[in-house]
Design a binder for this molecule. Structure first.
Ligand code: SF4
Length: 220
């Protein structure tokens, strides 16, 4: 897939979803009530693991209303945090991860979230998806945050042929101009939530169907 085709796909999707999107907001589940600070985006993206956006929003809203800084989370009681974030699932494991991450931020990073990829990847429960979300949505850096929607749709469309989200990230980096990397998550996730729905893609409503291998190959 040539670069110009990915650029065209992103241009079409940005016209479709650019209006009404929260500019700079984390589509992984941070509600507009909260500024997309590195702390908010990191906490919300950890909460978003293995759950739906709606659940993440409920959990992050409840968390930030009570504990809205690295210091507050690090010093919180695990049972109280677990109860607040229960809607996101795995409350004890995620609650422990939030406390551990915030403790490390305080001790090793002066209570700030680092923007460097390698430093982010040292934090518990932070893999490439979470790190890239933070870099893209909170720091405004060029980064491809590959969640299940991006991995699924990139393969369905034939943009990449990969087995894991990390492979998808590297494959997309090769065929996408760097200045458009952050647009991939911003617009393809919206497309996956509204049109290219898992197991029920609405191909008849899809603005990019002519560039989709699944559609043009006749598997509808
Ligand atoms: S044509 Fe269908 S399968 Fe392809 S991206 Fe659009 S909705 Fe998804």
């Amino acid at each position: 897939m040539p670069e110009k085709d990915v650029t065209l796909i992103l241009d079409i999707l940005s016209k479709e979803y650019g209006r009404g999107a929260y500019p700079g907001r984390n589509s992984e589940g941070l509600s507009p009530e909260w500024d997309p600070t590195p702390f908010h985006v990191l906490m919300a993206t950890i909460l978003s693991q293995r759950t739906k956006d709606n659940n993440t929003r409920k959990a992050s809203d409840a968390l930030f209303r009570k504990f809205d800084s690295a210091e507050a989370v690090a010093n919180a009681d695990i049972d109280e945090i677990s109860e607040l974030i229960r809607p996101s699932g795995f409350p004890y494991q995620k609650g422990k991860a939030l406390i551990d991450v915030c403790t490390i931020l305080i001790k090793e990073y002066g209570s700030e979230v680092p923007s460097d990829l390698d430093e982010l990847l040292k934090l518990p429960k932070v893999g490439r998806k979470t790190a890239n979300c933070v870099r893209s949505y909170a720091f405004g850096l060029n980064a491809i945050c590959v969640d299940t929607h991006v991995h699924r749709i990139a393969n369905l469309m034939g943009l990449v042929k990969t087995r894991t989200p990390d492979e998808t990230e590297f494959a997309l980096m090769r065929i996408t101009p760097e200045e458009r990397w952050s647009d991939i998550n911003r617009y393809i996730v919206r497309h996956g939530q509204t049109v290219c729905i898992p197991n029920h893609p609405r191909c008849d409503r899809c603005q990019i169907s002519e560039m989709c291998a699944r559609y043009t190959d006749g598997i509808r």
